[in-house]
Design a protein around this ligand. Structure first.
Ligand code: KG4
Ligand code: ZN
Length: 380
């Protein structure tokens, strides 16, 4: 079985081709991603209208290129999958309409993929992980703990009560002047910093439950970043002699601001986020073991799962519970077409497909009971 997958829900236009090969290393036949970073960078964030237009301009060439990479024709596909939500609706419509058009002309089944399900099943594309597993889904629009019991079978254990974790990375990076996109820039800056330099809050940590909160942390970073702009007040005791040893002039030491401040702040923020994620994930694993709900692994997915420090932290939590941590390679954690094709393939081989009247949707929860409650269905 071989499936084409289209992803256009945020700022990456992506097309992948995956095959049901026995060996996980051979499953991805093509995975083309056209990032829109340059278009959105001047605005410091994703502009939905610009994103939709950019998807429209690129999607046809990407489909052509992905088929060439895979060495297959459209007519060889067993199905055409496209992200149909949740996400920025203009972009989602571009991918959904393109997918439907390709399915209509080839007469192949169309599979409407939930973007969150695509992240949730990526670990099964790259590793042979069996259901059920605990998933920590951490992305630009999401922070959730879910039990993945099977394809289309999800149980939400906890979600963010305010901001998504990726948003916290992005906002933190912006406040520290690290630019856009924030997550990778913050990780790079943090590499040279001292994670203990600043004592940032860890909302909800140590409290029961599996929900997350990041807004207090974001506020603390705003206050910290503001400190960087203000040189410390001059005090007589702070005056130091010049380096050449002369005593004639005393001056202030170099300002607190600058590279070290930023990298220490970045490292402190990354550590706080890691602690929060580890604490809530630990609670979820403890809760599942109390319920005698066995899981095969701790799986992480979504853009933030590309972060090495976060992965290391989650590896410790998993090990404490005697479980492996399964994390897809970074390029498959962030949005891509192969994950959409794979979710389509997993559905198709269970006989699931959708009509060409399937409506693109900005909100779409994985856990149907959570959708009714209005939680957990934002962009992932
Ligand atoms: O899954 P994704 O590509 O798009 C959404 O579906 O949201 O996730 C994007 C998010 C952004 O917030 C980005 O800053 C974050 O993932 N991200 C990272 C890293 N790479 C991407 N956050 C921390 N460290 C990274 N290395
Ligand atoms: Zn995503």
């Amino acid at each position: 079985m071989i499936v084409l997958g289209l992803e256009t829900s945020c700022d990456e236009t992506a097309v992948g081709v995956v095959e049901d090969a026995g060996d996980a290393a051979l499953r991805i036949r093509a995975n083309r991603v056209a990032s829109q970073l340059a278009e959105h960078a001047p605005y410091g964030g994703v502009v939905p209208e610009i994103a939709a237009r950019a998807h429209l301009e690129r999607i046809d060439d990407l489909v052509k290129g992905a088929l060439e990479d895979a060495g297959v024709a459209l007519s060889d596909m067993d199905g055409i999958a496209a992200t149909c939500g949740p996400g920025l609706i203009g972009g989602v419509m571009v991918g959904a309409m393109t997918g439907k058009a390709l399915a209509a002309v080839t007469g192949k089944p169309f599979i409407a993929v939930n973007h969150l399900e695509a992240h949730a099943l990526t670990a099964r594309l790259t590793h042979d992980v069996a259901f059920p597993y605990l998933l920590l889904l951490i992305s630009g629009g999401h922070c959730q703990l879910l039990v993945v019991a099977g394809v289309a079978d999800y149980r939400l254990l906890g979600t963010t009560i305010d901001d998504a974790v990726g948003e916290c990375f992005d906002k933190g990076a912006k406040l520290l002047g690290l630019g856009y996109p924030g997550g990778p820039a913050l990780e790079r800056a943090a590499a040279g910093g001292d994670a203990k330099a600043f004592d940032l809050p860890r909302p909800l940590m140590g409290r029961p439950g599996c929900d997350f909160s990041f807004s207090g942390l974001k506020t603390a970073v705003r206050e910290l970043a503001a400190r960087n702009d203000t040189p410390p007040p001059a005090k007589a005791k702070d005056l130091v002699p010049p380096k050449d040893g002369t005593k004639s002039k005393l001056s202030l030491p170099p300002p607190q601001g600058g590279r070290d401040f930023v990298s220490d702040a970045a490292a402190s923020l990354q550590a706080a986020i890691g602690d929060i994620l580890a604490d809530r994930t630990g609670n979820a694993l403890a809760m599942l073991s109390e319920e005698n709900q066995g899981v095969t692994a701790l799986v992480t997915a979504g853009g933030v799962a590309a972060n090495g420090a976060i992965r290391a932290r989650l590896g410790e939590v998993a090990a404490r519970h005697g479980l492996p941590l399964i994390a897809p390679p970074p390029a498959l954690c962030t949005d891509n077409g192969a994950m959409v094709a794979w979710a389509g393939l997993e559905r198709l081989r269970l006989g699931m497909s959708d009509g060409l009247d399937f409506a693109a949707r900005p909100r779409w929860a994985l856990d149907a009971s959570a959708q009714k409650a209005g939680i957990g269905d934002q962009k992932g």
